[in-house]
Ligand binder design. Structure first.
Ligand SMILES: [Zn+2]
Length: 66
């Protein structure tokens, strides 16, 4: 089922421009902050989980292979 919107984890805004296929985000772009990294978007449900158990901690740097 395609969600109505995703939440940009960079600026925590709802994002309506995205491509959803087979249960995963294929492409998304946040018009507000320009984020287009699909790993930095969550569905509403995922976002609630993240904020509830606090595994999503903005103060720690995200895992990156840059
Ligand atoms: Zn954003």
């Amino acid at each position: 089922m395609t969600p109505d919107y995703l939440i940009c984890l960079e600026c925590e805004s709802p994002v309506y421009i995205f491509e959803w296929k087979d249960g995963v985000v294929r492409e998304a772009i946040c018009e507000l902050c320009g984020n287009d990294d699909v790993s930095q978007f969550a569905t509403e449900d995922e976002y609630e989980d993240l904020s509830m158990d606090r595994r999503f901690d903005r103060s720690s740097p995200p895992a990156s292979d840059e």
